[in-house]
Design a protein around this ligand. Structure first.
Ligand code: F6R
Length: 610
């Protein structure tokens, strides 16, 4: 996730663009840059690190130009560096572009452009766009942007300026955000409204494939064939804080709704045309994977529950023995590790002190280490043999949501990759899993856009006064129950415990009495009937059952007090959907209790201390 802002108007745009970037800093801050069109051409500036570093250099940029683009980056392809910071320019320096999203076919495009003699200066996927525009340009930036767009696969928003058209800014989007701002004699393009809210509240929301041409006399929208389109100008009535949350009441709710995009981004390029899984940068050859005797997954909190999904998937698909260890314990034991062991460290921040210590310990003992993290350039990426990045974008809410889903997807992809390398699954079997995986972002979008979240909210409000919750699950449902329980604890402060449903009768069932709410992850699974026996044990104690179930399962109607349906999918992939109603449930319980969900008490987003 990156932040883009562009301006065409009468005022010098340097400081206006910078102010816009500040408002988009929540979208990423590992590097930033700006390009301004002046009489002498396109002048650009880049800096690594947060926006303070760019601000310190701003004087180097011509302050007089009135057309420009700027970008604050959240690295996906290429580490944070000056070379990789946007805007990117073509070989001649006449065109500058900024991009948010991922160009999935950039490697092929880059190869072709290199063969044609284009010179690349960065490792990014985005730079290809500047060269594509250079190649197509015949006097119309609009046309060249469309031609570039038509060759690009993936999901992205791009904005471009050209030295030869000093009055124009062109933007186009595909499944990522772009909004145009209509001021008085000045116009904006941005990833989100806060970038220009101080200057105008009149906006146009372009649709996918709309080509937005911003000129000194206004904003026009065209289709890809150049036919003018009518798009409504709307007025936003949010204050600035609400605008940063894109209209959601909290970052956590916004991030729950960003989960389909987090999944699409994390999946991008990792499922090949034949349906196989393609993972780069793991630091493990197929032979290394075949030689592994076992896997130890180290992580903390939510990340450890993603690890548990990884354990089930690696055991089932790749037939590898897997242990999941809480890093804070692991690091102070004497675990048995050797060169046949792979240590997978999962950490969204890549900075969690205990996880880093566990990684170091594993390496010192001769094990290979693979980090799964959301942050390019984080400490975990510097102390590992290989990395698998999740691409959930910046998560601001302290309670992890979209990063959890991206981690679960990453471990599932890894397990399929290992299964193929170890000869336990053929390509046909892998393809049937990856075909199903590809459906999940769409299923989740549909779920989030349906009445379902409102139904979860209504149920949550009815139970918000409870003094205790129990969460139960079996197999793939267990990590989901554990994550649901952690969300409830973290943001609503209601004591909540999660158990493997079959374990309940060995003690925890004593906690239940009439009216105790029990959340049961009852999506399709081979042990569904066993789970139903556990549910009967709960009912016999007078407890109330809130079941998360697969759509179309009517058999629960006589058993559960509340049913929260999720789209149906394969059991191993079900955590990607089943956890969402539990996130929402915890959210609405916390909200009903008047808690501040984005900053829960006693917690920090990144735990860099022991
Ligand atoms: C829960 C949560 C924490 C983190 C844990 C590990 O919502 O966010 O439990 O999962 O602190 O953090 P990372 O993944 O950054 O190592």
């Amino acid at each position: 996730m990156c932040g883009i802002v562009g301006y065409v108007g009468e005022r010098p745009c340097r400081d206006i663009l910078f102010r816009g970037l500040r408002k988009l800093e929540y979208r990423g801050y590992d590097s930033a840059g700006m390009s301004i069109v002046t009489d002498s051409g396109v002048n650009s500036l880049h800096a690594v690190g947060n926006l303070d570093n760019l601000e310190a250099l701003l004087d180097q940029l011509d302050g007089g130009g009135t057309v420009g683009i700027a970008h604050t980056r959240w690295a996906t392809h290429g580490r944070p560096s000056v070379e990789n910071a946007h805007p990117h320019t073509d070989c001649t320096g006449r065109f500058a572009i900024v991009l948010n999203g991922i160009v999935e076919n950039y490697l092929g495009l880059r190869k072709t452009l290199l063969a044609e003699g284009h010179i690349f200066t960065s490792e990014t996927d985005a730079e290809v766009v500047a060269h594509l525009i250079e190649r197509s340009y015949g006097g119309s930036l609009q046309r060249a942007v469309v031609e570039a767009f038509q060759q690009m696969e993936g999901h992205f928003t791009l904005c471009a300026v050209a030295a030869d058209e000093p009055d124009v800014l062109v933007g186009v989007r595909k499944e990522t955000p772009l909004v145009a701002g209509i001021g008085e004699g000045e116009y904006f393009l941005a990833s989100a409204v806060p970038a220009f809210l101080a200057d105008t509240r009149a906006v146009i929301y372009p649709e996918d494939g709309d080509v937005v041409v911003v000129a000194r006399d206004g904003v026009r929208v065209f289709d890809l064939d150049g036919k003018p389109l009518r798009r409504k100008v709307q007025t936003v009535d949010w204050d600035e804080e609400a605008a940063e949350k894109a209209g959601f009441e909290t970052f956590m709710l916004k991030e729950i709704h960003e989960q389909p995009a987090a999944l699409s981004d994390t999946m991008a390029e990792r499922i090949g045309p034949d349906g196989g899984v393609v993972l780069e940068g793991l630091g493990l050859s197929a032979e290394d994977i075949r030689g592994l005797a076992r896997v130890v997954i180290v992580a903390c909190g939510t990340s450890s529950y993603a690890g548990l999904v990884g354990k089930y998937a690696l055991e089932r698909w790749a037939r590898l023995p897997v242990e999941v260890e809480v890093a804070s314990e692991f690091r102070y034991r004497e675990p048995v590790l050797d060169a046949d062991c792979l240590c997978i460290a999962i950490s969204q921040s890549g900075e969690t002190a205990d996880t880093l210590a566990a990684m170091r310990m594993a390496r010192a003992a001769g094990a290979r280490v693979l980090a799964i993290t959301n942050i390019v350039g984080s400490q975990a990426t510097r102390e590992t043999d290989g990395v698998l990045f999740t691409r959930a974008g910046l998560e601001i809410g302290v309670a992890a949501t979209k990063t959890f889903l991206a981690q679960v997807l990453a471990v599932l992809l890894l397990a399929l990759h290992f299964a193929e390398a170890r000869g336990h699954m053929g390509l046909d079997e892998i393809r049937s899993c990856t075909d199903e995986l590809k459906r999940i972002p769409g299923l989740l979008s549909r779920y989030l856009d349906s009445e379902a979240p409102a139904q979860v909210a209504e149920v949550a409000r009815r139970y918000a006064g409870s003094g205790y919750f129990m969460c139960l699950g079996r197999r793939a449902g267990l990590p989901v129950a554990m994550e649901g329980a952690l969300k409830l604890k973290e943001i609503s402060y209601v004591p909540t415990e999660a158990y493997a449903a079959g374990e309940m009768k060995h003690g925890p069932i004593a906690l239940l009495d009439a009216g105790s709410p029990v959340l049961v992850v009852a999506t399709d699974s081979p042990v569904y009937d066993k789970l139903m026996s556990n549910v009967q044990e709960v009912i016999a104690r007078g407890a109330r059952v809130i079941a998360v179930a697969s759509e179309g399962n009517d058999s629960l109607a006589d058993v559960a007090d509340e049913i929260l349906y999720v789209p149906r999918t394969d059991e191993m992939l079900s955590p990607l959907l089943a956890v969402v109603p539990l996130q929402l449930f915890a959210y609405y319980v916390a909200q009903a209790r008047g808690e501040k969900v984005d900053q829960p008490r006693n917690l920090a987003k990144t735990v860099t201390v022991e």
